[in-house]
Ligand binder design. Structure first.
Ligand code: FES
Length: 98
């Protein structure tokens, strides 16, 4: 069961491998926007993956298209609703609050 470390607070939670980062955050009660409910349409669940990138699912076309249309995207950017956790620990920064 991977540990998800959430910045800027530094909170850590146990997350289920195979779940999206958005699902893990919402299950833990963390504040994160998710206006399209995980359909990769809104970009409001923007996060930066600081550590553990290789453990999460690769970016798919739908997510890539959404990220390409957004401002302020960097090489660590992901949509929390599309990033699926693997077995390794992951550290993220939530870039948009609910
Ligand atoms: S919740 Fe809308 S893109 Fe992730």
């Amino acid at each position: 069961m991977p540990v998800l470390t959430i910045h800027p607070t530094g909170t850590t939670i146990q997350a289920a491998a195979g779940s999206s980062i958005l699902s893990a955050l919402l299950a833990s009660g963390a504040d994160i926007a998710h206006k399209c409910d995980g359909k990769a349409e809104c970009g409001s669940c923007h996060i930066a993956v600081l550590e553990g990138r290789k453990s999460i699912s690769k970016t798919q076309r739908l997510e890539n298209d959404r990220l390409d249309a957004m401002i302020g995207i960097g090489s660590k950017s992901r949509l929390a609703c599309q990033a699926i956790l693997g077995e390794e620990d992951v550290t993220i920064e939530v870039l948009s609050l609910a």
